[in-house]
Design a binder for this molecule. Structure first.
Ligand SMILES: [Zn+2]
Ligand SMILES: [Zn+2]
Length: 175
């Protein structure tokens, strides 16, 4: 299952004038958890600036949402804002397509709209961190008793001794 936005985010080509046009959208992610290990519970705010020059439509896309994550270290859930922006070029000019790039889409002669739905998803997902920490210096869970060391202290001995061998320490070998 590929994540997608709830409603298509698109602009009819005939409505775009030469020069700069700006748009705002709000949409929602669906099936976001499947692919990313995070969930976007809030809406996604999208700002789009299109600069049209001849056959080219340069789309500067900014996205913002709040991701719901699980900390890799302490397993607590937390929310964090995710913001990113990127530029994508839509063009009728096939020769541009030779400069093969992920951020370039060639419009077919019959195209009647620019659909940035998948660009929005790509931009946002790229910004999701691989390592998810509730805070930079999260202390994580105690490997012995499992307490969350950000909120509680414990007196476990976390040294090199495996707790299963702890008993050997108390044996007096001098007898
Ligand atoms: Zn944490
Ligand atoms: Zn402990």
């Amino acid at each position: 299952m590929t994540p997608r936005v709830q409603e298509k985010i698109s602009i009819p080509l005939h409505s775009i004038k030469e020069g700069v046009s700006e748009y705002k959208f709000r949409s929602k992610f669906v099936e976001s958890e499947v692919l990313t290990g995070c969930e976007f519970r809030e809406k996604i705010d999208v700002s789009l600036k299109i600069t049209k020059g001849g056959a080219d439509y340069l789309c500067e896309i900014s996205v913002r949402s709040v991701g719901h994550f699980i900390c890799d270290r302490c397993l607590e859930e937390f929310d964090r804002e995710v913001k990113a922006s990127s530029a994508v070029l839509y063009t009728y000019d096939k020769s541009s397509a030779e400069m093969e790039s992920e951020s370039l889409h060639v419009l077919s002669a019959s195209a009647d709209e620019i659909d940035i739905s998948s660009d929005v998803i790509d931009i946002l997902l790229l910004e999701v961190p691989a390592k998810k920490l509730c805070m930079e210096d999260c202390k994580g869970l105690c490997p012995v008793c499992g307490k969350n060391l950000n909120t509680e202290n414990c007196s476990c001995v976390k040294d090199e001794i495996d707790p299963r061998w702890q008993g050997l320490r108390n044996i007096d070998f001098s007898k």
